[in-house]
Design a protein around this ligand. Structure first.
Ligand code: BGP
Length: 476
């Protein structure tokens, strides 16, 4: 008997735009990711107005999974994957996002991809929207600031559910739907909402409105999916960074609680089908009046999720600021450094116990099965003299997190479906567009400027993870 259930879904996670490439092949349209340049060395990615000649777009070729997926899936099978999380690029199915009929060639690509997984006994876990909105929906409709996008998403979701109903059982609607809560920065365009903020507008109001439309779109999809196949397990996907109080001073503790409410109200809506009171009060205080119809309320109630998928990379800490008597939390300005944990080169605070905390927190709050669909360590890898990447730092990170995950299941009784570390094969970073920020068990020969053979090779962590899966987490 192992500490984890025998049917535990070990695997790995990726997103279409970060590895497929083939950005203009098979009838695919242009997505938001396709018009984003690479950032590096602290310089942010740029969203360009269409594809501008002379600029480098890392997602255009990515790691060419579009042509090489068979070999890559074979490597995943060699590691022993039970599941593989990827997304369906919306623009392969509806190139502009607003067509009435889907693109058969795009549908066929995912048929082949899922068949290949199933052939190896690997269960596909599919995200419908992972930061790859059709760019046309941005230029023509303003992204998710427009209610019309609910219908477009619904059509996309229905098309996928119908087509893959016998191949895919595990679904998620919007990747890290709560990531856009960071509306004070320009991060929103990186998310699923496709919002480019204009000078002087109330970003916060726009973010909450777009998030509302996404939540309604998600709920409608869940309802449709359950009707198409009652055996579907359809989850939400939340970016989980627990927010701790910087000290045990009561005001800091309350501030952290308010931060958690604001960051995770999305989960309440997905799970309970309604907005919690605190967020309604908050919106009122800020004079934000959502376009929120009675039908929306019905839709939310009828589209509650079956499980909570979440990413976990790091934890945050916050502190009360003099004068903030409503304890309003703003992620862009209210985070403080936690001196008790170390951070990665990109400043992401490494906190394995935070994963156990998160698993317990979700369970206490929502009593639903959980699925860790992202976790991992972005680092700069060097090929050793023997041609192998000896990524002991990655093994250490994952080992520490898996240990805490097992304690949460074995000692705390958390109901956990599976674990899919992020970027199981090196791919393009979402936030920076770099190749050198690597997460994989499989090294891909390509650099930040796009040079390299794209050849794949097994890292030390590849063999380690193979053993972890084989022993169902007993041998770490
Ligand atoms: C999550 C995203 C992924 C992924 C990951 C790592 O926020 O869901 O798409 O990229 O973070 O982030 P990055 O690539 O910026 O290192």
């Amino acid at each position: 008997m192992t500490k984890l259930p025998e049917n535990f879904l070990w695997g790995g996670a990726v997103a279409a735009h970060q590895l497929e490439g083939g950005y203009n092949e098979g009838g695919k349209g242009i997505s938001v990711a396709d018009v984003m340049t690479a950032g590096a060395n602290g310089v942010e990615r740029k969203i360009t107005d269409g594809i501008v000649s002379g600029e480098y777009y890392p997602n255009h070729e990515a790691i060419d999974f579009y042509h090489r997926y068979k070999g890559d899936i074979e490597l995943f099978a060699e590691m022993g994957f039970k599941c593989f999380r990827t997304s369906i690029a919306w623009t392969r199915i509806f190139p502009n996002g607003d067509e009435l009929e889907p693109n058969e060639e795009g549908l066929k690509f995912y048929d082949d991809l899922f068949d290949e997984c199933l052939k190896h006994g690997i269960e596909p876990v599919v995200t419908l929207s992972h930061f790859e909105l059709p760019y046309h929906l941005v230029t023509e409709y303003g992204g998710f600031r427009n209610r019309k996008l609910i219908g477009f998403f619904e059509r996309f979701a229905k098309t996928c559910f119908e087509r893959y109903k016998d191949k895919v059982k595990y679904w998620m609607t919007f990747n890290e739907i709560n990531n856009q809560a960071n509306f004070e920065t320009d991060f929103a365009p990186f998310t699923n909402s496709g919002i480019a903020y204009k000078e002087g507008e109330n970003r916060e109001a726009i973010m909450y409105q777009a998030a509302h439309y996404e939540l309604v779109a998600s709920a409608r999809a869940v309802k449709i999916g359950h009707a198409i196949n009652p055996d579907f397990k359809i989850g939400c996907m939340i970016a989980m960074c627990p927010v701790y109080p910087a000290t045990c001073k009561p005001k800091d503790v309350l501030m952290a609680q308010k931060a958690m409410q604001k960051r995770y109200y999305f989960t309440d809506v997905h799970v309970h089908g309604e907005y919690p009171e605190h967020i309604k009060k908050y919106l009122k205080r800020k004079n934000i009046n959502l376009d929120f119809t009675n039908e929306d309320a019905e839709d939310l109630k009828n589209g509650c999720v079956d499980y909570i998928g979440f990413s976990y990379y790091m934890s945050f800490a916050t502190k009360y600021k003099e004068g903030n008597d409503s304890f309003d939390y703003n992620e862009a300005t209210d985070l403080v450094k936690n001196d008790y944990v170390k951070a990665s080169e990109w400043g992401w605070q490494i906190d394995p116990e935070g994963l156990r905390y998160a698993l317990n927190w979700f369970t206490d709050m929502y009593r639903l099965p959980l699925f860790i669909v992202e976790n991992g360590f972005g680092a700069i890898d060097q090929l050793g003299d023997d041609g192998v990447v000896h990524d002991t730092y990655r093994i250490e990170y994952l080992k520490a997190h898996i240990k805490e995950m097992i304690k949460a299941v074995d000692e705390d009784g958390v109901d956990l479906m599976g674990y899919t570390p992020w970027g199981c094969i090196d791919l393009v970073s979402a936030s920076t567009g770099e190749m050198k920020k690597r997460y994989g068990f499989i090294y891909v020969d390509k650099d930040n400027e796009g040079n390299g053979t794209l050849e794949r090779s097994r890292k030390e962590s590849f063999y380690w993870y193979q053993q972890v899966i084989k022993s169902n987490g007993e041998e770490l």
